[in-house]
Design a protein around this ligand. Structure first.
Ligand code: NAD
Length: 420
């Protein structure tokens, strides 16, 4: 049975993207290409956690390494009720491409636990995290595999993972995770790094298209780490955030929403909804909002064949991983919407994670200006390389970014050779 493209799951989507990029690349070794279609290793763990009422609950978690050819594997850990192995596989593959696009010496990994963390007490969350970290510690190490935050995980969760790993070792091992609090070896600038990179890409895309950055209107789906830091950076660049949504609903104000005040509101209220001076909207309204820049910064599979026709943004800058399905990509291309793809747009997070890891290995820490300057240099180089590839090959930016990344990983694999 042929599956409609709108029904592709995240892994099928990632494979479809790989195949499409491979079709455009000449001189790929078919054996190496086949290798890149599979994760290198996958770990599934089922583990017990004692809940506050004394009962024991069993949770399921994953850690997948897609590739370790260009360096240790790197990728976030997601806590979400809908996490499954295929989603983790897809995100691990996207991490491989992302690290290659920005040309940092990492392979790709991802992890996840099937859980709704909002339903756990802080103590339960800590016990779950420490036990999951113990279960995946057979794969994790500063030289081998370095986790980071993703949806519903944060610096505190990274601190528990780092502490658990360090307790097993008998000494502190800060470089085993990134996205840690600064107090225990985190990097200045890491918390807002993904959003900063997204905002820079939005600015450069506006400039390339001859549009004004000052006063450009922005709609953001998801106002967690990535969405809020993107909103704040874009506001600081002079853009106007007019609509924001999250899992509970959305808000709209044509005159502009104060991105910083909204972040404070979300910290105290747990949602963007009800922010004073705004009108309520739905997530569907947000994705169809007339604006210059739309930033999906929630989950994958949000802009699909069903709703891409409604998009009225001129530019989409993907803060989230995999927010646009391949079918939606085709519709957006026909409509002339420029899509700055996830593996480029949200690579600021892994880039500063790389800085954090380097600082942790050297026990030598940089100032925030240094971090931001180096981040901008790396993002600018990658953005320009992808834009040039898109121009030269007359392909959309996603395909160009994938082609650039896949070629780099392919070549590295070929040079290293097939063991034994
Ligand atoms: P987060 O948990 O901090 O925030 C997620 C946001 O999305 C929340 O506002 C939530 O309410 C909203 N959301 C969830 N489901 C939604 C739905 N169905 N409709 C609308 N909004 C919804 O997560 P984050 O770290 O900001 O990650 C967001 C995305 O960015 C993910 O795709 C993640 O993989 C990607 N990403 C994160 C980082 C990072 O450094 N944190 C780096 C690169 C990519």
């Amino acid at each position: 049975m042929v599956i409609a493209e709108t029904e592709l799951n995240a892994y099928e989507m990632a494979l479809a993207q790989l195949d499409e990029a491979a079709r455009h690349l000449k001189d790929l070794d078919p054996g190496i290409l086949e290798r890149l279609r599979y994760p290198q290793r996958e770990l599934t763990v089922h583990f017990p956690v004692r809940m506050d009422d004394g009962r024991v609950r069993i949770f399921t978690g994953y850690r997948v390494h897609h590739s370790t050819v260009r360096g240790p594997s790197k990728g976030g850990i997601r806590y979400h009720p809908r996490v499954d192995l295929d989603e983790v596989r897809a995100m691990a593959m996207w991490m491989t491409w992302k690290c290659a696009v920005v040309d940092i010496p990492y392979g790709g990994a991802k992890g996840g636990v099937v859980v709704d963390p909002a339903a756990l007490s802080l103590g339960e969350l800590e016990r779950l995290t420490r036990r999951y970290a113990t279960e995946i510690s057979i794969l994790m190490s500063p030289e081998g595999d370095i986790p980071a935050p993703d949806v519903n995980t944060n610096p505190q969760v990274m601190a528990w993972i780092m502490d658990t790993y360090s307790m097993h070792r008998g000494y502190s091992t800060p470089a085993v995770v990134t996205g840690k609090p600064v107090e225990i070896g985190g990097s200045l600038g890491r918390l807002g790094a993904t959003g900063r990179g997204v905002a820079l890409c939005a600015r450069w895309a506006l400039e390339r298209l001859g549009m004004q950055v000052k006063g450009a209107t922005v709609a953001i789906q998801g106002y967690g780490n990535v969405g809020s830091s993107t909103g704040i950076c874009l506001q600081d660049m002079g853009c106007r955030v007019i609509a924001v949504s999250d899992v509970h609903g959305g808000i709209y104000r044509q005159a502009g929403i104060d991105a910083r005040e909204l972040a404070r509101w979300v910290r105290s209220e747990g949602t963007v909804c009800g922010f004073p001076g705004t009108e309520p909207i739905t997530n569907a309204d947000l994705l169809a909002m007339p604006c210059d820049v739309l930033v999906p910064a929630a989950l994958e599979g949000q802009i699909t064949g069903r709703n891409a026709g409604n998009v009225r943004a001129k530019i989409i800058v993907e803060g989230a991983n995999g927010p646009t399905t391949p079918e939606a990509d085709k519709i957006l291309e026909r409509k002339g919407v420029v899509v700055v793809p996830d593996i480029l747009a949200n690579a600021g997070g892994v880039t500063v994670s790389y800085f954090e890891w380097v600082q942790g290995l050297q026990f030598l820490f940089w100032g925030e200006d240094e971090v931001n300057k180096r981040l901008e240099e790396i993002m600018a180089r990658a953005f320009n390389e992808v834009w040039r590839m898109a121009d030269e090959c007359a392909v959309p930016l996603r395909l160009a970014a994938l082609m650039l990344a896949i070629k780099r990983v392919h070549d590295a694999t070929l040079i290293r050779g097939i063991y034994p």
